[in-house]
Design a protein around this ligand. Structure first.
Ligand code: NAP
Length: 769
């Protein structure tokens, strides 16, 4: 295929799989158009492809950490940034690029922009405008139209018929292609064992969506999927194609039509995808980064659903499907075969997620014993903050300020519910996953993070993110699995272009996950294979260490994540914080362990020159890494090392219930390891009136002269830790304002100074969504 006239090189740079999932989606959709996307990971440069000999290149790349390239991109980046390369090094190359990022973070989209700029410096030319997708907005806002524009562009370059807008108007069900599963050809085993699905169930073709969101630091992390699509096949797992039961299709209300018309504006079928992409890019000022585990967990708490289950379902219009434009979805590829009747009761020896590399890992995973858990807040506090102390379990090669990931396991109750819901009768029997030989996917493979063979319970308990927020293509697949027409059409609407606003509001912003959708739509019964094909990897959760590296144990401080319950789902907590809270509540510390590994991002450490002044800003649990810093300074002080000044700014809600690490901070102040401690409490009205400070930003302004002097004249290093969404941005703004006012800078000058601080690593952030 290398000499195919429609070949181009498709390279992805993924930290947690998101860019890879999008690249795979592009390859799938190209294949459907007879375009050969020769897809490779950036890490395989020189081994599988030579960039210098490529003429047409499409790059999909994420940002991680401080805007650093993903691990797999580092080698490529080292090569191309060499100053000795001639200006025409890539003059034969035409390329385009899709960057993924998250505008909640300071170094938003930095890596894709750096690559884009550098390729142009080296003579490469763009054949299509690059896209920058912002996870904060929802990646699909940019990704979907960008891919459509790309496909159109490629078709026109290769002189092929134009694609049908990438998304398709849904045909009435009677016109659908129906493929009974009994006709599926199966590679690995002659015997296809199918769980007994109801004959009423319509199983959609699956689409390989997605991927968990990426990680971050200023710190991207989560892993999230972006699913796109490619093919439409409806099949019944019972071997019979079944039309959804006929229910009255309600004509849309006037409001619904208006809403639909509004949201179709951009996606008008008359508008070419490329125009749409350009229009959208202009509209949304695209950028990118990736999200991460931190983001995922922490953002879950922020948008509780206020609607009852029924109110939620009712707010989704039931619209004639002929009026809807929905994503195309790729075909199924997973075949499931039971290989024994015996249960696998003890899966302890199975490798963790098949030993697939974990995001940002720079150590092996160890089981650390829980030594102690204490509560840092008082019972009446709005958020419960725990401090967990773990045995280091040999993980000693770290410094204060580093972060660790703790492996997450799904709730057993939720896994059992889900497997029962999709009619799995033998969750503990051994199964083997194989590839359907008649799949339309070009390079299907069982996700590397799934042990195979395994049991379905094991797979869903340890490897798949069953709380995943479904992307539109997955919603469409789910809609095809509804036996009740009303439910089918509502889900289809949510997946459609016409339902884009509602999708954003009712799925993304309220963070309704797969389980919520299945609760709300009882006739929706996807096959277990479909879920395996479409659910992203279950990701570990990251925490900054709240103790110094010389300490004999590891400490972490975190809020227990409370998730809103929806309908019949029981009250839920974060997977890791909920587990640790349960251990705390039941006093089972001494008999518990957690899987943990050290993360590779080490930008948030004390400077090697300890005489430099430090400005530490960490409201809430953002204070955690500074506890380690101060412990390190204590050791240095005792060793008579010269220490620079150290100012700490802390804020929380109430002094009485939420003053985290109060005693430790006071001790450091007395010792002199901390020179000044500035605190504020945002919900203590009396105190705010007296001190004039509600937030840490107010405290910064109160110390503006001291800060400007330390930053400008004494090379102070600023550390910001905590909430990325609001706090970190406001702190950035406050410091910008302070430097401007105190030094008399113009707007341009102060922006240059702030940029310089970040480039010189004198403004370091460890911020989390
Ligand atoms: P938080 O939600 O950030 O609240 C701490 C204080 O900051 C409260 O008084 C809050 O006031 C105030 N605040 C709200 N908006 C602000 C703004 N724009 N500027 C300045 N202050 C503002 O604290 P948290 O609940 O402890 O959460 C801390 C964040 O840090 C979370 O996102 C967490 O994920 C992250 N984090 C966690 C770790 C870890 O290892 N566990 C490490 C680092 C960071 P009001 O609520 O009264 O508005």
């Amino acid at each position: 295929m290398d000499d195919s006239p429609t070949r181009f090189l498709l390279v992805y740079g993924s930290q947690t799989g998101q860019s890879q999932a999008i690249a795979e989606e592009i390859a799938e959709r190209c294949a459907a158009l007879n375009i050969f996307a020769d897809i490779h990971c950036f890490g395989k440069i020189e081994k599988e492809f030579v960039l210098e000999s490529e003429r047409l290149v499409v790059i999909v790349v994420s940002s991680t950490g401080d805007g650093e390239p993903p691990d797999t991109v580092c080698k490529f980046w080292r090569r191309v940034k060499r100053k000795t390369l001639p200006k025409d090094h890539f003059s034969n190359m035409r390329y385009t690029l899709l960057g993924l990022g998250d505008s909640n973070y300071g170094s938003y989209c930095k890596c894709p922009h750096m690559i884009d700029d550098r390729l142009q410096e080296l003579g490469a030319t763009l054949f299509m405008k690059p896209g920058f997708a912002d996870d904060a907005e929802g990646l699909e806002v940019v990704v979907e139209p960008w891919i459509e524009a790309l496909l159109e562009r490629l078709c026109s370059m290769f002189d092929l018929p134009l694609p049908d807008q990438g998304e398709q108007a849904v045909k009435p069900s009677s016109e659908r292609v129906v493929e009974p599963s009994s006709e599926r050809a199966i590679k690995p085993s002659s015997e296809r064992v199918v769980e007994p699905f109801s004959e009423q169930v319509v199983e959609p073709s699956s689409e390989r969506a997605v991927e968990p969101s990426s990680e971050r630091v200023v710190e991207p992390s989560s892993e999230r999927a972006v699913e796109l699509s490619s093919e439409r096949v409806v099949e019944s797992s019972s071997g019979r194609a079944v039309e959804p039961s006929s229910e009255r299709v309600v004509e849309p209300s006037r409001e619904q039509v208006v809403e639909s018309a509004k949201s179709t504006e951009f996606f008008s079928k008359d508008t070419s995808a490329a125009d749409a992409f350009l229009a959208e890019t202009a509209k949304s000022n695209l950028s990118l980064t990736t999200s991460d585990e931190k983001k995922e967990i922490h953002s879950l708490e922020s948008q509780p659903s206020k609607k009852s289950l029924k109110e939620w379902v009712d707010c989704i219009p039931v619209m004639n499907e002929a009026m809807l434009t929905t994503p195309v979805t790729p075909g199924p590829y997973v075949h499931l075969n039971y290989i024994s009747n015996t249960s696998l009761d003890n899966n302890e020896d199975m490798p963790i997620q098949n030993n697939a590399k974990l995001p940002f890992s720079c150590s092996s995973v160890v089981q650390a014993s829980v030594l102690n858990i204490c509560c840092l807040t008082k019972p009446k506090s709005l958020k419960k903050t725990l401090c967990v102390e773990l045995d280091t379990a040999g993980l000693t090669d770290y410094q204060s300020g580093d972060s660790f990931s703790i492996l997450a396991l799904n709730s057993e109750e939720e896994v059992s519910w889900l497997l029962d819901r999709v009619k799995v009768r033998r969750p503990h029997d051994q199964v083997e996953l194989g590839i359907l030989s008649d799949t339309t996917r070009k390079r299907p493979s069982i996700p590397e993070f799934i042990n195979n063979p395994s049991t379905l319970f094991e797979i869903f308990y340890k490897s798949l993110d069953i709380r995943h927020i479904p992307k539109k293509a997955l919603l469409k697949l789910l809609s095809n699995c509804c036996s009740v027409m009303d439910e089918r059409l509502r889900l289809l609407y949510l997946s459609s272009r016409q339902g884009a606003d509602l999708y954003k509001r009712e799925i993304i912003e309220t963070r309704r996950g797969l389980l919520d959708v299945l609760h709300a739509f009882p006739s929706c019964t996807p096959s277990v294979e479909c879920l395996i094909e479409n659910l992203p990897r279950l990701l570990p959760r990251a925490y900054s260490v709240a103790s110094a590296s010389h300490a004999s144990t590891l400490k972490f401080a975190f809020n227990v994540m409370e998730l809103p319950s929806l309908g019949s789902l029981t009250h839920r907590k974060g997977l890791v914080t909920g587990k640790l809270d349960k251990i705390f509540e039941t006093s089972q510390e001494r008999s518990s362990t957690v899987g943990i590994y050290l993360r590779s991002q080490h930008h948030f450490r004390l400077p090697s020159d300890s005489s430099l002044p430090l400005i530490l800003i960490g409201p809430g649990t953002g204070v955690a890494p500074f506890i380690g810093f101060l412990q390190d300074r204590e050791i240095q002080m005792r060793a008579q090392v010269k220490l620079g000044e150290c100012l700490l700014f802390f804020g929380n809600r109430h002094e009485e219930s939420d003053y985290l690490f109060r005693e430790e901070l006071s001790d450091h102040l007395s010792l002199g390891t901390l020179g000044a401690l500035h605190v504020c409490f945002s919900r203590d009205e009396q105190r705010i009136c007296t001190t004039g400070a509600k937030y840490v930003t107010d405290l910064l302004w109160q110390q503006s002269k001291v800060l400007a002097n330390l930053i400008t004249k004494h090379s102070a290093i600023i550390y910001v830790c905590g909430d990325a969404r609001n706090m970190a941005k406001d702190v950035n703004e406050a410091l910008t304002g302070i430097l401007k006012v105190e030094n008399g800078y113009t707007d341009d000058e102060v922006l240059t100074v702030m940029r310089g601080l970040k480039e010189d690593k004198r403004y370091r952030e460890d911020v989390w969504l």
